[in-house]
Design a protein around this ligand. Structure first.
Ligand code: GAR
Length: 203
């Protein structure tokens, strides 16, 4: 089996990166992580990558004149490592149209809400504020508009009366880790078909 080569983009703790590292360590998993890129030098995910022996690169967006220039630098690194798939795992930068087009249907994201509800950087806070009784997480193909694109998998998480942002985030993250590994497996096995906004999973 030729494994698909995956680049993971992070900005922070990297618990989803860890879930993907652990998934890739399973026998017969169809993908391997070949590089991690962080736009934040202090991201704990960089330590996770190092511990797993994965090349990790820090690209500080502030060192680039424009979003396009920063995205181009990321693109070049991904190409250099012969990445087939790019996973956004808590990567908190908007991507340029050019980058999204270059990785069309090879670029997936995890988001801590049941999209299309609660897009943006504060999904957990916004779900709590809206008083929803069920929230969750979504893995989706990335399109130019933020937190949009065909949905691959979702999981529901009940909101408890006494939930805080932290307590809810912990339970959503548990589901994110399960969903992200499944989505990457399906994508790497070429099991996903996209028709309009709908994603099918073949057996
Ligand atoms: C995760 O909850 C992820 O869904 C979210 O950031 C967190 C990163 O955690 N992403 C977004 O909100 C993107 N809009 P992690 O660094 O531990 O994986």
């Amino acid at each position: 089996m030729t494994k698909k080569r995956v680049g993971v983009l992070i900005s922070g703790s990297g618990s989803n990166l860890q879930a993907l590292i652990d998934a890739c360590a399973q026998p017969n998993f169809p993908a391997e992580i070949v590089l991690v890129i962080s736009n934040n030098a202090d991201a704990y995910g960089l330590t996770r990558a190092k511990d797993a022996g994965i090349p990790a690169h820090i690209l500080n967006h502030k060192d680039y004149a424009s979003r396009d220039a920063f995205d181009q630098a990321m693109h070049q690194l991904l190409e250099l490592h012969l990445a087939d798939i790019v996973c956004l795992a808590g990567f908190m930068r908007l991507l340029s149209d050019g980058f999204v087009k270059n990785w069309h249907n090879k670029l997936i994201n995890i988001h801590p809400s049941l999209l299309p509800s609660f897009k943006g950087a504060h999904a957990i806070r916004d779900a709590l504020a809206a008083g929803v009784k069920i929230t969750g997480c979504t893995v989706h193909f990335v399109r130019a508009e933020m937190d949009s694109g065909p949905i691959i998998i979702q999981a529901a998480v009940p909101v408890m009366q006494d939930d805080t942002q932290d307590s809810l985030a912990v339970r959503v993250l548990e589901q994110e880790h399960v969903c992200y590994a499944k989505a990457l497996r399906w994508l790497a096995e070429d099991k996903l078909t996209i028709v309009g906004e709908k994603v099918g999973v073949s057996n």
